[in-house]
Design a protein around this ligand. Structure first.
Ligand code: SF4
Length: 317
């Protein structure tokens, strides 16, 4: 993916992102090229060798060899009316009703955000509402201080739908897989704002997979087909959005998915947004800021932590 000051190669299979100079991008954006002694500038030879070593480039003397590699079908679609639901936990939410509603629209992935410590039994009662559900993946977000790692191990054994736990306020940024690699525990040094109201993008939060890449080609990867439920059970467009679009259990979700106001941001792709369209990370970046239209151009009121022009990240905790 080309950016204003450098480019990036997305290895979607191995979930690795390589940054490369734009000069090299121009050459390698061709599907095939003849490698001669002067094809790669000497200053990039080591980088190029590393990319060959990691199977990003394949060298063959026979052109026919490449016939076995099919072009990817760059289509994204989902039968679900809403693919994901993000919930700000509170006692006001009736999880049984929520589960029924989510099943009716084909939602398979949910994220539950906890901004306060809740007792083990309450957490387990919440999770038990999804035990026989068609919801496949549950992601939990809470402060590192709330629960011990031992408890989280036990929790994921009891509730196998919990496949990702994000703990903010951690001492280090760390990723560990448990339960034979089925569950990811992400520790982030970032503070309580992360994922609860404000965008705090960092390279640690990039997502590299084919599904997201394809969705980002056509849609806003944060808003498209997503449902957000605030602590009062109200439906909103993103956590922190003040506009309310109804209440879970009372609002017809199929009608909501056709509402122009609710789906306003679904089609605002990264390539439509002024700051992002020249960023090499735009296909791995999931950004929760609400886009704003200024003089016919989509932009944001709050700057991103990354500058594609200077290729620098603002210092974070
Ligand atoms: S400029 Fe910031 S928000 Fe936009 S794609 Fe790049 S990293 Fe993401």
């Amino acid at each position: 993916m080309n950016g204003i000051s450098r480019s990036a190669i997305y290895d979607l299979q191995n979930e690795i992102l390589y940054t490369i100079p734009n000069e090299l991008f121009l050459l390698i954006s061709r599907k095939y090229f003849r490698l001669q002694s002067n094809t790669i500038s000497t200053k990039y030879v080591n980088l190029f060798k590393n990319l060959i070593h990691n199977d990003i480039f394949i060298i063959s003397e026979s052109k026919g060899y490449f016939k076995q590699f099919q072009d990817l079908d760059l289509v994204w679609d989902s039968p679900a009316i809403f693919t994901n639901c993000v919930i700000s936990h509170s006692n006001a939410i009736d999880y049984k009703i929520l589960n029924n509603e989510l099943e009716s629209v084909g939602c398979k992935d949910i994220q539950i955000q906890f901004d306060q410590l809740i007792h083990f039994t309450e957490l387990e009662t919440v999770l038990s509402k999804f035990e026989r559900s068609s919801i496949k993946n549950i992601e939990l977000i809470f402060s590192r201080k709330f629960y011990s790692l031992n408890y989280l191990h036990r929790l994921t054994k009891t509730f196998p739908r919990v496949q990702h736990i994000i703990m903010y306020n951690s001492k280090t940024n760390e990723y560990r897989k448990i339960r034979n690699g089925d569950v990811l525990i992400t520790s982030l040094k970032t503070d309580i704002d992360y994922g609860l109201s404000k965008s705090k993008l960092s390279p640690n939060l990039f997502v590299l997979n084919l599904k997201l890449y394809l969705e980002t080609l056509y849609w806003n990867n944060y808003y498209n087909k997503k449902l957000f439920i605030n602590a009062n059970g109200h439906i909103i467009r993103t956590i922190g959005d003040r506009k309310i679009f109804g209440k879970i259990g009372e609002t017809n979700l199929i009608k909501l998915s056709k509402s122009r106001a609710y789906t306003k941001f679904w089609k605002i792709k990264k390539s439509n947004i002024l700051e992002c369209r020249n960023c090499e990370f735009r296909f791995a970046c999931v950004d929760d800021r609400l886009p704003l239209k200024k003089k016919q151009v989509w932009t944001f009121s709050k700057a991103c932590n990354y500058s594609p022009k200077s290729i620098e990240w603002k210092k974070q905790n």
